[in-house]
Write a protein that binds this ligand. Structure first.
Ligand code: GAR
Length: 199
């Protein structure tokens, strides 16, 4: 027991935002400790990052349970066991069960690779977002950290960071620029939230 807020990070892929949160926590820039990393995909590279940082991991595969209720119960028990106070979604591409959202309301964050409320919603993840942003002819984009509710990308916006769109950008070059901003604002927003700075 550290007395710090316990954070569970949910991932589906590379986990570079998870890495930014791990680094911030280790460097004292995040008022919490990552106690558990959960992935819906066993092959997500973020699980390797967690293991390298000596953080426990769990693969949450709803299909392994008899029904959604049993899956949700198991997940909630696990979060209790690890004394999780905050949940940070970091490239987690599934919707959380309603019971979990209800229990942790106001304590679940997500990072989105655009300036919400534009370019959000179901199906808007990863390259789909950057392709839509480029097609829109906007001159800037960015990243958003927001609270999670029952609807995709809908909860209160906590922090945004803008980046320019440069002529000749492709979804890849834009994604890289936005990702760099994500790594800056996610630890900061989560730190602010844990410190009670969003009233
Ligand atoms: C990030 O760009 C994140 O904003 C995005 O997935 C990527 C995960 O990268 N999330 C969404 O699009 C959610 N709608 P990471 O695994 O390297 O952190």
């Amino acid at each position: 027991m550290t007395g710090k807020a316990g954070i569970a990070v949910f991932i589906s892929g590379s986990g570079s935002n998870l890495q930014a949160l791990i680094d911030a926590s280790r460097e004292g820039r995040l008022a919490g400790e990552i106690v558990l990393v959960i992935s819906n995909r066993a092959e997500a590279y973020g699980l390797v990052r967690a293991q390298k940082a000596d953080i426990d991991t769990f693969v949450y595969d709803v299909k392994k349970y008899p029904d959604k209720e049993a899956a949700c119960r198991d997940l909630m028990e696990l979060l209790e066991e690890y004394q999780v106070d905050y949940i940070a979604l970091a490239g987690y591409l599934k919707l959380l069960p309603d019971a979990l959202v209800t229990k942790y309301r106001g304590r679940i964050t997500n990072i989105h690779p655009a300036l919400l409320p534009r370019f959000g919603g179901k199906g808007m993840y990863g390259h789909h977002v950057h392709e839509a942003v480029l097609a829109s002819g906007e001159s800037e984009t960015g990243a958003t950290v927001h609270l999670v509710d029952e609807i995709y990308d809908n909860g209160r916006i906590l922090l945004q960071g803008k980046v320019p769109i440069i002529p000749g950008d492709t979804p890849d070059t834009l994604a890289a620029r936005v990702l760099e901003m994500e790594h800056k604002i996610y630890p900061e927003a989560l730190d602010n939230l844990i410190k009670g700075m969003y009233k």
